[in-house]
Design a protein. Structure first.
Length: 418
């Protein structure tokens, strides 16, 4: 009897366990899920591609454009010097600058161009193109009248729209000629010099010989009437130049600022005031920082839109695959297994989107730079970190769908999938 009892105990075997699921099995299931519906997978990846391509492209274009803009700023700001006279002390001689100041400065090593500029006091005189007043419309205007030397146009990088600029011979002869800035010409209704138009400054008549379309410095010249210095000396008793505008080579501003007072007034250099950009590097960094923040925000918004697209498509995928989820749960998969599977799928899609997006974004930067003839500038950290960002975005976007899939009850999931 005891032997029969022992045999019965020996014949009892433990209940069979459910199938064991390893990480390799989960990865295989994730791969099957990605390749089972290639169209849906491609659309999901496309959301990441668009977001990360936009991020890489905007940051690259930001750096490229910022380098161009800041380089242009440095070129202008770091190559200009202004020399003016200080007010004289009581009972002291005047600190007037000599008329040949541009010639003296051009002898200095590092000076590219120099020219005199003086704002004239014409009282209440108005500028007009006709001696008659038209009551129906305004024909006379209060415009700035400025005396210039021929070298000023090179110093301010003036671009001529039509006609010609004032030369030294016209200044020596005190000719009644004028060059108009673009804005002044538009207000006076002058579009060209082919018909030899004339203007009146009070009772003085000047022939318009040219129109300046643009300048890189002294933008008030665009709204001014420019006449020769010799003419200003004769008509308006101009005693000395008010200011000398100097363009230097890059890196020579400090040297020229030190040498200019001694070159113009060796007997009293302290009587002159020199102005030039101080610490342009700070302004350069501020401009670059503002551009980076702006484009980074734009790229972040684009990436957020892509992440929302991933979440939506992944959630739809969970709903569509509810039958599959229920079957896998019935075969022994735990909630953790289901969650990991969907996270792997979303992470892989984010990784692929990051790689493709980084490539497309880099190509966009190169393409825009080629069209604009710019030198492409792109921090290598940006495209190299795009796949990592894609994985993070994919995991974040798949967090809710994977959690929802993991909490599906097997019976309900099977019913929903039928």
């Amino acid at each position: 009897m005891s032997q029969l009892a022992e045999r019965s105990v020996d014949d009892v075997k433990p209940a069979p366990r459910g199938p064991s699921i390893s990480l390799t099995d989960i990865i295989a299931e994730s791969g099957s899920g990605l390749t089972a519906r290639p169209g849906r997978t491609a659309l999901t990846i496309l959301g990441t591609v668009i977001g990360l391509a936009a991020l890489v492209a905007t940051l690259g274009i930001s750096q490229t454009a910022g380098n161009r803009i800041v380089g242009r700023f440095d070129e202008l700001a770091a190559t200009e010097v202004y020399v003016t006279s200080r007010p004289p002390a009581l009972d002291a001689p005047d600190n007037d600058m000599p008329w040949d100041s541009p010639d003296r400065l051009r002898r200095l090593e590092g000076v590219v161009a120099a020219g005199n500029l003086s704002v004239l006091d014409v009282g209440e005189a108005l500028v007009s193109t006709s001696p008659l007043r038209d009551p129906a419309q305004r024909t006379d205007f209060k415009l700035s009248v400025q005396a210039v030397s021929p070298g000023l146009y090179d110093a301010v990088r003036a671009r001529l729209a039509t006609g010609r600029l004032i030369d030294q011979l016209q200044s020596d002869r005190a000719e009644r000629v004028a060059v108009l800035g673009k804005t002044a010409a538009e207000r006076l209704g002058i579009t060209g010099v082919e018909l030899s138009p004339a203007i009146r400054v009070g009772d003085e008549v000047f022939s318009v010989i040219g129109i300046v379309e643009d300048v890189s410095r002294q933008f008030d010249l665009l709204a001014a009437v420019m006449i020769p210095e010799g003419t200003a000396m004769e008509l308006y008793r101009l005693r000395a130049p008010e200011m000398v505008v100097v363009e230097t080579r890059i890196g020579a501003t400090t040297l020229i600022a030190d040498q200019a007072p001694h070159a113009l007034k060796p007997d009293n250099p302290e009587g002159l005031k020199v102005a030039y950009p101080a610490e342009p590097q700070r302004v350069r960094e501020a401009v670059q920082s503002d551009l980076d923040v702006l484009f980074l925000l734009l790229g972040g918004v684009a990436l957020l839109v892509g992440a929302i697209g991933i979440a939506n498509v992944t959630l739809v995928s969970v709903l569509e695959r509810s039958g599959e989820i229920g079957l896998r749960r019935a075969l022994g998969a735990t909630r953790r297994h289901i969650a990991i599977q969907f996270l792997i799928e979303s992470g892989v899609m984010g990784l692929l989107g990051g790689v493709i997006g980084a490539s497309l974004g880099t190509l966009v930067v190169i393409g825009v730079s080629a069209i604009q003839t710019w030198s492409p500038v792109l921090d290598p950290v940006v495209p190299l970190s795009a796949p990592l960002i894609g994985i993070v975005v994919g995991l974040a976007a798949g967090a809710y769908p994977s959690t929802r899939a993991a909490h599906m009850e097997p019976v309900e999931a099977l019913r929903a999938g039928t």
